[in-house]
Design a protein around this ligand. Structure first.
Ligand code: PHE
Length: 344
């Protein structure tokens, strides 16, 4: 029987030969598999070492490890050679050809949520509104209290949120962009015409709800703003956003900070009103909440309700983007799958 160390010498030689003959990475990996990979010949010998007498164990074990190390370092060296050669071939041999056109960096584009938001905002800018923002970590006072939603009000249940556990601070992740109404009215006297986009948070998660999503808030206060102005403005907006002539309807609703309140539906853009899964066979899609700013809210910001009236509205950006692009699952916006995002 041949001594295992002779066998190892043979294997090492054959392996080194295969490595230097390898023309590319795949040949090289084949050689590794055959000679010194997990299932290669050297490993086979190493596995039998355990059954040898103690003296032999040491000798053969050391020889096998030495063979494997020699093969591994030859492998690494050859791999860098192959890669270097391929790189040089790709670059046409000459490392720097200043006459080649530059390599343009891959340019991305806006996320579909951002572009929908920009589009909504720019429509209102054209209609005379200016843009304002506010903090996403918001005081309970601005998110609820000053919007006429006291601590124990049942309307808080519909907007359960994430409460920040900072003693004495009373902070929440804002559940809507409406606190920007309060912050703006504290800072400015009428007339105000403001559009306020941003991220908002709620404890909600399913195919149409995400714990973080976006809203665009709009509001106007002056000497004589009426529900008719609100209706005209939103009709104009829907025409510009979804195509003119699209029927919309105002449905009575309730928000603690508007009185009267309404929800606006547009005719289903998927089935054109005949009834489908998206509109739950109603033919209508709800796209925003709105109303005349409640005089109680004016009380919090020191506006005189006898002198001023105003309206406000708030819409969900994801919902509008889903309707426009026919997207069924809101989570797709946040998974950052380039195959999805590159379609917009
Ligand atoms: N903030 C309300 C919501 O998130 C929407 C709204 C805004 C309603 C402004 C009326 C006026 O549900």
């Amino acid at each position: 029987m041949t001594d295992p160390s002779d066998r190892l010498r043979e294997l090492q030689e054959a392996g080194l030969g295969a490595i230097s003959a390898a023309a590319n990475e795949s040949d090289l990996l084949d050689a590794k598999g055959k000679y010194f990979g997990k299932k290669g010949a050297v490993s086979d010998i190493l596995r039998t070492v355990a059954y040898l007498p103690a003296e032999e164990k040491k000798r053969i074990g050391a020889a096998a490890n030495a063979a494997r190390e020699a093969l591994e370092s030859a492998f690494d060296a050859r791999l860098s050679e192959i890669r270097e050669r391929e790189r040089a071939a790709r670059e046409g041999g000459d490392p720097l050809d200043v006459t080649l056109p530059g390599r343009a960096p891959a340019v991305g584009h806006r996320h579909p949520i951002s572009s929908t938001m920009f589009e909504i905002v720019s429509i209102f800018q054209r209609l005379g509104f200016s843009v304002r923002g506010g903090p996403e970590i918001e005081k309970d006072y601005y998110n609820f209290e000053a919007l006429n939603i006291p601590k124990d009000h049942p309307a808080r249940d519909m907007q359960d949120t994430f409460y920040m556990d900072w003693p004495g601070m009373d902070l929440v992740l804002r559940t809507h962009t409406s606190p920007i109404q309060i912050r703006t009215m504290e800072a400015m006297r009428p007339p105000v015409r403001v559009i306020a986009p941003g991220a908002v948070y709620r404890c909600d998660s399913d195919v149409t709800h995400s714990p973080m999503f976006h809203q665009v808030e709009g509001f106007a206060v002056d000497g004589g703003a009426t529900m008719a102005d609100l209706k005209g403005l939103l009709t104009e907006f829907c025409g510009m956003m979804f195509g003119s002539g699209l029927p919309l309807r105002f449905r009575p609703s309730f928000f603690p900070f508007t009185e009267p309140s309404a929800e606006v539906d547009i005719r289903c853009v998927i089935c054109k009103g005949s009834g489908c899964r998206v509109c739950k066979d109603s033919g209508w899609l709800e796209i925003l909440g709105c109303g005349m700013i409640d005089p109680a809210v004016f009380g919090f910001v020191g506006y005189d309700p006898e002198e001023h009236t105003g309206f406000a509205f708030g819409m969900g950006v994801e919902r509008i983007a889903m309707l426009r692009h026919g997207i069924a699952d809101i989570r797709m916006f946040f998974e950052n799958d380039i195959r999805f995002l590159s379609q917009f």
